[in-house]
Design a protein around this ligand. Structure first.
Ligand code: MG
Length: 482
């Protein structure tokens, strides 16, 4: 069975049925059912599975979870993802039994309830689970339904409005719909999270009405690779990057939320018992500069935010500050609830794709921190450009090859008992000179932008023609009557 994974990409490249039809991911069939049925969404706890577009059997799912081999998995049928978008993943080196990352993709038409218009959409999401796989799995199965439900609730006259001088534009309401959907998703998994289902980060990429929306909550990341430039579309939400938001809440509601165990003040140097009564440098939330104060006993409490960068923690416990779940999470040693400091609110960026001179090789890379911990945005963009550059095999295959190359760069290879990456200097093969590779779950999507723009332009043309026909038709009617 392992041989399937060793040659997974070759099988994919050899697939002859790569067509112009893009069947939905089977997760998405349920989306359509839901939208048509108007039922209340209730989260059901489902058995563990990998993204349905991978098409893995139960046995293959077991093999994909081999922590010693860490096979890189790609879809067997590339056309199961819209525009044959690239996807590859591999499991962690043993930190959890299952790969706790998840991903999903869907495309369809929003049948706007108060007009005759159907508006095409394409939606991708990726989740990085922690402390259990359940919340990430539920997000994969339900988030798209919730987002679509919220989009359908927008009056079509406003949803389609892109007039720059309008007080409220369609994109403002789309962003609001995604924000509310994320909050609803977080509420939906509360019970699961309380029962040990953990939590997850979330990224969604939505193509709608000529625009791209990139929503992120947590430390998974999407970057835009346009020609020779690249830039982040989402911001990592860590205790370090969100220190001000988290500490401000602790500062305002300290007695309720910190229970006398933590301090929301930041000290230049961690204060010690022996410093009591002396002047120390500190700052309150939102201060950029520093101030002096006399050190008192409450200042010796554990800092609400400790450490820096990827090693920063809220209450010494969790290293990510936005996403879904973690409702039952308690700080180590103190049992103080952490959830009030975590947020499900995504930051959403919206781009009008007509503002960019897009070419076929312009893409978005969406990945969990298993990639970004060891591969910089710049290096990831370079790897992708290099993989997409040749003309053969065709670009549809190269998108998956790009995702596979990125996962490979982050996973590296097993040297002795340690996973290591490539040396900066190719001649340097000393084991100690090899950089550490990622031991986390790694998931990467490569989403091309150009096919959507082409489809959108075609949709505008068709819609305008239909309107013209219907207007002409209505003008013809009186003459016909004559
Ligand atoms: Mg991760």
């Amino acid at each position: 069975m392992l041989s399937r994974f060793k040659s997974a990409l070759m099988n994919a490249v050899g697939a002859s049925e790569l067509g112009l039809q893009y069947p939905n991911d089977s997760d998405s069939d349920a989306v359509t059912d839901y939208i048509n049925s108007n039922l209340t969404i209730e989260v059901e706890t489902k058995p563990y599975s990998r993204p349905s577009f991978l098409g893995l059997t139960n046995d293959e799912t077991q093999v994909s979870a081999d922590h010693r081999v860490r096979p890189i998995i790609v879809p067997r049928d590339l056309s199961r993802l819209p525009w044959c978008a690239g996807y590859a993943e591999c499991i962690n080196a043993g930190k959890s039994t299952w790969n706790e990352d998840q991903a999903t993709a869907t495309r369809g038409d929003l049948k706007l309830p108060d007009s005759n218009t159907t508006l095409p959409y394409v939606l991708f999401s990726m989740f990085d689970g922690h402390a259990g796989y359940q919340v990430a799995l539920s997000a994969r199965l339900y988030l798209h339904r919730v987002i679509l439900e919220r989009l359908l609730a927008i009056p079509s006259s406003i949803l389609l409005n892109e007039e720059e001088d309008s007080l409220i534009k369609g994109r403002d309401l789309v962003i609001g719909a995604i924000e509310l959907a994320y909050r609803q998703m977080d509420q939906m998994v509360e019970q699961q999270a309380q029962n040990g289902g953990g939590g997850c980060t979330a990224i969604s990429i939505l193509f709608l009405n000529g625009r791209l929306y990139a929503a992120g909550a947590g430390d998974s990341r999407a970057i835009l690779v346009l020609g020779e430039s690249e830039r982040a579309l989402t911001r990592d939400h860590t205790p370090d990057s969100e220190s001000n938001r988290v500490r401000a809440l602790g500062y305002l509601k300290g007695s309720d939320l910190l229970k006398g165990h933590f301090t929301s003040l930041e000290f230049k140097k961690r204060p010690l018992q022996r410093d009591l009564g002396s002047m120390v440098l500190y700052r309150e939330p939102y201060m950029i500069g520093w101030a002096y104060k006399i050190l008192t006993h409450p200042d010796l409490r554990f800092p609400l935010i400790s450490g820096h960068g990827k090693r920063s923690r809220v209450m010494g416990t969790i290293g990510v500050t936005r996403g879904f779940g973690d409702h039952g999470l308690k700080a180590v040693n103190t049992g103080v609830s952490i959830k009030p400091f975590l947020s499900s609110q995504p930051e959403v960026q919206s781009l009008n794709l007509e503002d960019y001179n897009l070419s076929e090789r312009d893409c978005i890379i969406v990945a969990t921190d298993g990639l970004w911990d060891v591969v910089s945005d710049k290096d990831a963009a370079n790897i992708l450009r290099k993989t997409l550059a040749p003309d053969s095999p065709s670009l549809e295959y190269r998108l998956t090859m790009g995702a596979q190359e990125l996962v490979q760069a982050a996973r590296g290879r097993l040297v002795g008992r340690v996973w290591r990456g490539k040396p900066e200097n190719p001649d340097d093969n000393e084991e100690s000179a090899l950089p550490m590779a990622s031991v986390d779950d790694i998931s990467v999507m490569v989403v091309p932008l150009y096919p959507y723009l082409c489809e959108h332009r075609q949709w505008i043309k068709t819609t305008q023609q239909e309107r013209r026909y219907s207007t002409d038709g209505s003008q013809m009617q009186p003459n016909d009557a004559v």
